[in-house]
Design a protein around this ligand. Structure first.
Ligand code: HEM
Length: 475
């Protein structure tokens, strides 16, 4: 039986603030508003967002309960309707039994052993990017990271070479789609769709058609090759997806539409997040010279002395490989700490299907539960000096002691990030490769701000001046 709304005890929250006022505050600065609510009212708080009841959870146990123990009682929130227009019924947007079944057959394609085959792709593309850079140049490092991670994911998924330059059809079409979704997330964004003749809607339709045709052609090519026993390229995720099936559970291979939806989903989910994580890491390093020096020491001890050939972009020391990743312990801590302070996915929402009991409260069906990585990762109960960038806090002992969901940049459970191993490897390899050759100086007149859309972007991009590393003795 469902509870009548008037008969329930609600957790504390900003009841005194008019919903409209809260809404305006939220629209202006969602992260600041959520931080204020969580750290004023406690581990479970309640507020109304328009007519929607929202419960903000800021306790690892409660978050674990929603994402793991009781996940069947929740669906993702309504924002996904829009994404379905591009992603169809891919992993991010599908629900219930269909999602769980797809997840089971796709999961093996993301096994860490298979992901290792993508290491070379990652460093190849990063190197191509670095070869275009010049000593003393100032550029928007966020744009660079978006391009390189997009090129990597396209190559990893389709096995086809994607250029980093402007004439990259897949890249351009994906950027148009992402821009479109981000615009729809903004205040009044949903009105955009209602006017089909707007250039932005037409642009989205064109981009979608172009992506569809590329992906369907690749699927056809892969199927033809498969029937002839030819594999397009080593480490080609589409090939693995094409093969994926679960014979034990009687699950057959995916049809073309399913494959298309999953490929499109991986394209979109698999690059902006890592690009943001790397951008924020470069920013944090530029602001923390002691950390930067320590990381560079490690890179030199693992990869060589970074002896750059002056005036030339070639350099003598080694490019990192996946075998180096376990040795780059401090680099890993830097990346981990950066995702604590600037989690690329800053919040996860779930809607309760049935009434849900937590602590002494019963949350009525239909309510939204919001769990924010940004808010939790700065919780002083788990992190001393939570706003300080301090990679050394990630000792083995600390990691064992911290509750599982006090740090959850990749979510968790059956809906947790399927690309987590991919992201760790890409993050560490690119960070090591780039930082070993280049030092970055944040342009002091450039503003830094958060743009919390689906992911946590730097609002004004990230302008950095590049300094090519010279021989260590000259440093
Ligand atoms: C630093 C990089 C990344 C971060 C922080 C990140 C974070 C996340 C989070 C938090 C979720 C769960 C969302 C929710 O529960 O509502 C998620 C889901 C997902 N991610 Fe990632 N992700 C990253 C990189 C990647 C990469 C590289 C790929 C693919 C190669 C990927 C593919 C996916 C997919 C397909 C899902 C949906 C999983 C499902 O619902 O079954 N992600 N990601």
């Amino acid at each position: 039986m469902r509870l009548s709304i008037s008969s329930i005890e609600r957790p504390p929250g900003p009841h005194s603030i008019l919903p409209e006022k809260l809404l305006r505050e939220f629209m202006r600065d969602p992260i600041k508003t959520l931080m204020k609510i969580a750290y004023t009212y406690g581990d479970i708080s309640h507020f109304k967002f328009g007519r929607q009841h929202v419960y903000l959870f800021n306790d690892p146990e409660y978050i674990e309960d929603v994402l793991i123990r009781n996940y069947k009682n929740f669906i993702k929130s309504r924002g996904l309707r829009v994404s379905k227009r591009l992603l169809g019924e891919g992993l991010v947007t599908s629900e219930g039994k269909y999602h769980d079944r797809q997840r089971r057959i796709i999961q093996p394609a993301f096994h860490p052993n298979l992901i290792e085959t993508y290491g070379q792709i990652m460093t190849d593309y990063a190197q191509r990017m670095c070869q275009r850079w010049k000593d003393g140049m100032t550029l928007d490092i966020h744009k660079e990271m978006m391009h390189v991670t997009l090129a990597i994911i396209s190559k990893a998924v389709l096995g086809s070479d994607v250029k980093l330059e402007k004439d990259n059809e897949v890249g351009n079409a994906l950027l148009v789609c992402m821009e479109y979704f981000n615009r729809l997330q903004m205040p009044f964004g949903e009105l955009i769709e209602k006017i089909p003749i707007l250039p932005i809607n037409k642009g989205f339709q064109r981009a979608k058609m172009s992506l569809d045709s590329i992906v369907y052609n690749m699927i056809k090519e892969h199927r033809n090759n498969e029937s002839r026993g030819v594999r397009v390229a080593e480490g080609d995720l589409l090939y693995t997806l094409l093969q994926a099936q679960d014979t034990e559970a009687g699950i057959k291979r995916m049809n073309d539409t399913q494959l298309r939806d999953e490929v499109m989903t991986i394209f979109l989910a698999g690059h902006e997040t890592t690009a943001n994580a790397l951008t924020w890491t470069f920013y944090l390093l530029s602001q923390n010279p002691t950390v930067e020096d320590k990381m560079y020491e490690e890179l030199c001890s693992v990869l060589g002395d970074g002896d750059a050939d002056k005036g030339n972009s070639s350099y003598n020391s080694r490019i990192p490989t996946i075998e180096d990743v376990p040795k780059l312990e401090y680099t890993e801590k830097v990346f981990r700490e950066s995702m604590r302070l600037y989690p690329p996915v800053w919040g996860i929402g779930r809607q309760a299907i049935n009434d849900y009991k937590v602590s002494k409260y019963v949350i009525p069906a239909g309510s939204v539960i919001f769990m924010s990585q940004y808010v939790m990762h700065r919780n002083p109960r788990y992190y001393s000096d939570p706003d300080i960038f301090y990679p050394d806090r990630w000792s083995k002992e600390t990691m064992l002691q911290l509750p599982r969901f006090s740090y959850f940049p990749f979510g968790g459970g059956i809906r947790g990030c399927i690309g987590e191993s991919f992201a760790w490897m890409e993050g560490i390899l690119l960070l090591a490769m780039i930082y070993h050759q280049w030092k970055m100086h944040h342009d002091p007149v450039h503003r830094v701000g958060l743009q919390p859309l689906i992911t946590l972007r730097p609002k004004y991009g990230m302008r950095m001046k590049l300094e090519q590393r010279k021989e260590r003795s000259n440093n």
